[in-house]
Design a protein around this ligand. Structure first.
Ligand SMILES: [Zn+2]
Length: 126
């Protein structure tokens, strides 16, 4: 039985007892119980989101460049995400790669991730 159904059942019994004070107390307590249930639901949702962020944090690999990768990414050419967006907003924004350079489409962070490719092409995407 859920909280709301339980309150309704008790309210019926209290109504039959014809006790106005008891009925008012039940209404007050019911409002508090439903408010607490709402708080629990919000905290449960927030807790789930925090667990998801924590799980992602444990999966992040840092580098000396302006990108992070994920440990769970088993591709030899791992996706690169902007370390600034991750640090500030906890968002994984995939970096755009071009000629040894990387660029974040969200915050415009820029870095060279492959010196040899960059020297070969030497074209800036900034
Ligand atoms: Zn960024």
């Amino acid at each position: 039985m859920g909280l709301y159904e339980g309150i309704k059942d008790v309210a019926k019994i209290v109504q039959q007892a014809d006790n106005v004070d008891l009925y008012r107390k039940l209404i007050d307590l019911s409002a508090q119980a439903l408010e607490m249930q709402n708080t629990i639901n919000n905290l449960t949702q927030e807790n789930l989101q925090l667990k998801q962020v924590k799980s992602l944090e444990e999966d992040i690999e840092r580098s000396d460049k302006l990108f992070v990768t994920r440990k769970s990414d088993t591709n030899p050419d791992k996706l690169m995400y902007c370390s600034k967006c991750w640090d500030v907003e906890r968002k994984l924004v995939q970096m755009r790669k071009n000629n040894g350079e990387i660029h974040c489409p969200n915050c415009n962070a820029y870095d060279i991730y492959d010196e040899s490719k960059h020297k070969t092409y030497g074209i800036s995407i900034r």
